[in-house]
Every structure is written in structure tokens, then in C-alpha cells.
Design a binder for this molecule. Structure first.
Ligand code: ADP
Ligand code: MG
Length: 262
């Protein structure tokens, strides 16, 4: 339980309008429109190859969109608009935008030669210039928050996949992001380790973090999600409250997908 009150309808934090992305000849995102509001847990589901990861990567500057508009907190991702024209941001400006976004991948990709604590303090110290002592104190709080207070000095190889993923979440949180992106964070885990990671995400949601979650965990989406988009073939097929979409899908493609994963 938490005494935190989620805003009933927050500000629009992420806005996509006609977002298109191609890799060479292959168009992967074919005009994505969606809005994610502050404090929302926004679930992105769909079959493999539908463009979910690509969309997250566009938000986080790992890919550039080819057309449309994509903004986070009112700022175009990677561009500045002036006099009706778009100008690419400088690397230093892109870095500033990226600081506000945390991302957790399917593979935990912690730095293998650093302890859990060192992994967590790396970005605050190197990117933000936080003093080591303060960063360490905060890292210990974050480790406690993800249930790993006793693992500060463990190396990734000494941790289970679920523990590594929780360190990865703590590492992302250390930058105090206003948005967290999760790309199938539990897909690579043994089934018995999934619950602990979802519990951390559930807690984060209760604390009011805005989260975009790509997942096949439909029970999580139904329980924790505020909005759900079903994507297929680079388009949004349908969207709505997770309970509605999951219990009463309107499109055949959604029905077919859900019958496979539910
Ligand atoms: P999802 O996450 O929904 O499974 P992805 O966004 O990973 O989908 O991929 C969508 C499509 O784009 C797939 O056909 C995939 O093969 C292709 N794709 C993804 N990344 C690249 C890349 N870097 N270069 C070329 N094709 C890519
Ligand atoms: Mg993917």
C-alpha cells in the first residue's frame, strides 16, 4: 500500500504523431499516433517484429524517426523547432534529453566488471557529476528499494537474472528519469524470477513513475496498466484501458494475438 495518489489524468508526457521509421527499404513504423500521460503505466503489446522495440528506441534516441513528430515533455526528440523548421540537436543537447529517460532491456546488460553498486553510481557520477559519496548513498537506497540491499558488492555474474534485472532498474532510476522504458524486461528470465521483477515495477508504478512497458505479461498489464496499445505490422491496431482491450478485443488481429499469449 502507498499513500501516493496518482494524478487522474496527467499531462501528456510522450506524444507520437504519424511516427514513421524505416530500416533501408523496410518500413517498421508506419505512422504511430499515441499519447502517454504523466504517472501512467502504458503497455505496448504485439507480435514479434511489430515495431515495439523500434518505437522505444526512437523515444530514447537510439534510432531516428523518418517522418512524423515525437516529443517527450513538450520537446521534440532530437530536434528543435524554430520558425517552422526543424534543426537537429547537438550531441550535448541530445545527451541532456536522454538523461531524463531510463531504459531497461530484455538482456540486463550491466557492466560485467563492476559491482552492483558501481553499476548504479556510474552514470550519476560520470554524466551528472554527482559526488561519489552522495551517489553511493543513493545507490544503497535504490538497492534496498529493489530488494537487493545485501548485493551492493556483488558482480553481475554472481547474481541471478532477476537480480541483475533489478539492479538494471535501480541503475536507470539513479538518473532520476521522468520516464522509464521497459523492453520485455522479464522475457529472458526463468519463470520463477519474473515475479520479483514485476513486483519492483508494480511498486514503481504505485510511486507514480511514468512507464512505457513492452510486455507479454498480460496479467501485469491488466492489473497495473492504465493504457494499452496493441501494435501489429508497424501500426496501432487498437488501444484502450487494458481491461477493455484484453477482455473485449475488437480486432481479429488482437484476438488472434491474445489467444496465443493469454
Ligand atoms: P518488436 O520489438 O515488436 O519485436 P522490432 O522493433 O524489434 O519489433 O523490429 C521490427 C522490425 O524491424 C523487424 O522486422 C526487425 O527485423 C526489423 N529491425 C529491427 N531493428 C533493425 C535494424 N537495426 N536493422 C534492420 N532491421 C531491423
Ligand atoms: Mg522487441
Amino acid at each position: 500500500m502507498t499513500d501516493f495518489q496518482k494524478p487522474a489524468s496527467g499531462q501528456v508526457l510522450v506524444k507520437a504523431e504519424g511516427v514513421r521509421k524505416s530500416y533501408g527499404q523496410l518500413e517498421v513504423l508506419k505512422g504511430i499516433d499515441l499519447e502517454v500521460r504523466t504517472g501512467e503505466v502504458f503497455c505496448l503489446v504485439g507480435p514479434s517484429g511489430s515495431g515495439k522495440s523500434t518505437f522505444l528506441r526512437c523515444i530514447n534516441h537510439l534510432e531516428k524517426i523518418n517522418a512524423g513528430r515525437l516529443s517527450v515533455d513538450g520537446n521534440l526528440v532530437g530536434y528543435r523547432e524554430k520558425g517552422g523548421r526543424l534543426y537537429e540537436l547537438k550531441d550535448s543537447e541530445v545527451a541532456l534529453q536522454r538523461r531524463d529517460i531510463g531504459m531497461v532491456f530484455q538482456r540486463f546488460n550491466l557492466f560485467p566488471h563492476m559491482t552492483a553498486l558501481e553499476n548504479i553510481i556510474e552514470a550519476p557520477v560520470q554524466v551528472k557529476g554527482t559526488a561519489r559519496a552522495a551517489a553511493k548513498e543513493r545507490a544503497r537506497e535504490l538497492l534496498a528499494r529493489v530488494g537487493l540491499a545485501d548485493k551492493a558488492d556483488s558482480y553481475p555474474a554472481q547474481l541471478s537474472g532477476g537480480q541483475q534485472q533489478r539492479v538494471a532498474i535501480a541503475r536507470a532510476l539513479a538518473m532520476e528519469p521522468k520516464l522509464m522504458l521497459f523492453d520485455e524486461p522479464t522475457s529472458a528470465l526463468d519463470p520463477e524470477l519474473v515475479g520479483d521483477v514485476l513486483d519492483v515495477m508494480r511498486q514503481l508504478a504505485q510511486d507514480g513513475m511514468t512507464m512505457i512497458v513492452v510486455t507479454h505479461e498480460m496479467a501485469f498489464a491488466r492489473e497495473v496498466g492504465d493504457a494499452l496499445v496493441f501494435m501489429d505490422g508497424g501500426v496501432v491496431v487498437e488501444s484502450g484501458h487494458p481491461r477493455d482491450v484484453l477482455t473485449n478485443p475488437q480486432h481479429d488481429r488482437t484476438k488472434a494475438f491474445l489467444s496465443r499469449v493469454l
